[in-house]
Design a protein around this ligand. Structure first.
Ligand code: SF4
Length: 598
């Protein structure tokens, strides 16, 4: 509220309050005088009896101006209602429609925005017929494209957030995503914009009435009064002053207040997180599953246009096993996790085979996937909808997928929050994500994953945003959940120490491929030169902190620059001639022509 104590905000608020007070008391106090004909005093200028003069019926112009406040504000409200009722759904639709329909809707909005607003208003007003109704429809319709475009921009931002991606994984339909996740999170900036739009609607309606297209006699609003008095402006300028000042005061008040509220708004929607996500099933064909594997990826390849950041990755995870994927940034580990969850960023495509419990991923219905697969994202704040109570978000999983009643779903939510060791879980369930610390949020996200009976938990850098102590507790919790529930786990991390401490097995990725797979206890005896270099550059308790940490010389090639032979060759001290021409295929968990001794 402190940010509302600016001169423009206070001025806007005062002018709006003044307008609203006159809208309430205007017709009541001056209504009768405003319509009283006085043939003896027609078309008079300023006098002690009529401060702003009279019109052609001898009616007092000051009384008519004050009494017209209600009609002017009411019509502006109706026009704004039309704008909001059409503009918000139109703008929000592209964020939940399929790509083709979304493109069409977005294109339609952009084309409408290109039309001059006043021209659009006059066109719509003429179509709806001259008079107050036509003016309201015209002004309301003219503001639709602007509001729709703003809504689209805001909704796109929310639609790409992790909690919407999570909701989609959990099987939420388009309408549910729109109503439950997108609209509540863009409501605040939209309400502020609508407030400002009220001011513009007032000005627009006054303009249409001034042009003779708006309110028609015997009705009158400020625009109509301007229309009637304007021809006398050079003789008796005071007759125009009343309605002109009223339009300026009210219009400026609403516009100032809306803009000040928008500036003061402390809560902005989540920042865009890369490209919008689309759920793309891998192009799977029939494939025999590894016995007992919860997750099996075979020859999984991820492409973005002509670029292939993940190339033919194969691995499996058994029940109760926690497998880590490590590698430098850009090695393809996170994209592998997203492909496994069917959450590749647009316009990514996946091919190869991903089987969950022996069944091709694309054959697992979304709703079923929501209970069998749990995703834990990097930023827990982004993974939780800030507008909903934590318990409500957890309960939604149970009501949507397990058909639980609301009461049962809340009880289950509190139980799961207790299982991730949040104190007083019933009270925590009633709190909002912003009331949680970072560690508590991540626990809540894990609890959300446990609302079903997940067979697989995929955690992508789940502790990056947390401090070291909290990191340790959250990772211990993940490992414990894996052990106690028997779920398979896939932990993506750039931190080798974290993975070696909590995972039984490690997959080392480089330039989109798995170059070595080994038990974490054998990391120090790794045979691939890249794994060795990673271990050497990863500090542990025995590392001498007085010496500079070893680094891997050179840089990982970008996906578009991966060479024909071994991608690590330019950085490898053991590279042979063959390494630069022939790609080493993984054999017994190792892809290297000249490995180190064990
Ligand atoms: S294949 Fe050759 S270049 Fe690649 S890691 Fe092994 S030794 Fe080094």
């Amino acid at each position: 509220m402190r940010r509302m104590r600016t001169p423009s905000a206070l001025a806007g608020l005062s002018l709006v309050l003044l307008t609203l007070v006159f809208a309430v008391i205007g017709p009541w106090l001056w209504g009768e005088e405003a319509v009283r004909f006085d043939p003896l005093h027609t078309l008079e200028g300023h006098s002690s009896a009529h401060l702003l003069g009279t019109d052609d019926g001898g009616r007092d112009l000051l009384a008519r101006t004050l009494a017209a406040t209600r009609q002017s504000v009411w019509l502006a409200l109706l026009a704004t209602l039309i704008t909001t009722a059409v503009g918000v759904p139109l703008g929000a639709l592209p964020s939940v429609l399929g790509p083709r329909a979304a493109r069409f809707t977005a294109g339609l909005i952009d084309s409408l925005v290109a039309f001059p607003v006043l021209l659009l208003a006059m066109f719509a007003a003429l179509l709806a017929g001259a008079g107050a109704r036509g003016a309201v429809v015209g002004i309301g319709a003219a503001a639709v494209p602007g509001l729709a475009r703003l809504t689209r921009t805001l909704a796109d931002t929310v639609a790409t957030s992790d909690y919407v991606a999570a909701a989609r994984v959990l099987g939420a339909g388009r309408a549910a995503v729109l109503v439950r996740h997108v609209l509540p999170n863009i409501a605040e900036p939209l309400i502020l914009t609508v407030t400002a739009n009220l001011g513009y609607a007032l000005l627009g309606l006054a303009t249409l009435s001034l042009l003779g297209l708006g309110v028609q006699p015997p009705d009158y609003d400020w625009g109509r009064l301007l229309h009637d008095t304007l021809p006398r402006v050079y003789v008796d300028p005071e007759v125009v002053a009343g309605p002109a000042l009223a339009v300026a005061i009210a219009g400026t008040g609403f516009a100032l207040l809306g803009e000040s509220l928008a500036r003061a708004s402390a809560r902005a929607p989540s920042a865009p997180r890369g490209e919008p996500r689309t759920v793309l099933p891998p192009g799977c064909g029939p494939l025999p599953a590894a016995p007992d594997a919860v997750l099996e990826a075979r020859d999984l390849t991820v492409s973005f246009g002509g670029v292939t950041p993940v190339r033919g990755v194969s691995f499996s995870v058994a029940p109760g096993e926690l497998v880590g994927i490590v590698g430098e940034s850009g090695s393809g580990k996170s994209l592998t996790a997203l492909a496994v969850g069917g959450l590749l960023p647009h316009p990514g495509t996946a091919s190869g085979h991903v089987l969950l419990g022996g069944r091709p991923l694309e054959e697992v219905p979304r709703r079923e996937l929501g209970t069998r697969l749990a995703m834990v994202f990097q930023d827990p704040m982004a993974a939780l909808n800030p507008a909903l109570r934590v318990g409500s978000q957890l309960a939604e999983v149970a009501t949507t997928h397990l058909g639980a009643s609301r009461r049962e779903a809340w009880r289950r939510a509190a139980d799961r929050l207790g299982r991730v060791r949040l104190p007083d879980p019933e009270a925590q369930a009633r709190r909002y994500p912003h009331e949680f610390s970072g560690g508590m949020r991540q626990r809540a996200v894990i609890a959300m994953g446990l609302m079903g009976e997940p067979e697989l938990i995929v955690a992508d850098e789940p502790t990056t945003a947390l401090d070291v102590t909290v990191q340790k507790r959250v990772l211990e919790l993940l490992a414990e959940v894996n052990e106690t529930t028997g779920a398979a786990g896939l932990l993506i991390s750039h931190d080798l120490a974290v993975v070696s401490r909590h995972c039984g097995r490690v997959l080392v990725m480089y330039a989109g491929r798995i170059v070595e797979e080994l038990p974490s206890s054998e990391l120090r005896r790794a045979r691939h030169p890249y794994t060795r270099a990673l271990v050497a550059s990863s500090p542990d308790l025995k590392t001498d902190r007085s010496l500079p940490l070893a680094t891997i010389p050179g840089r990982q090639p970008a996906p578009a620059e991966v060479p024909d032979g071994c991608a690590f060759a330019p950085r490898c001290a053991r590279a042979l001639e063959r390494c630069r021409t022939d790609r080493p295929e993984p054999t017994a968990g190792l892809a290297c022509w000249n490995p180190e001794d064990a």
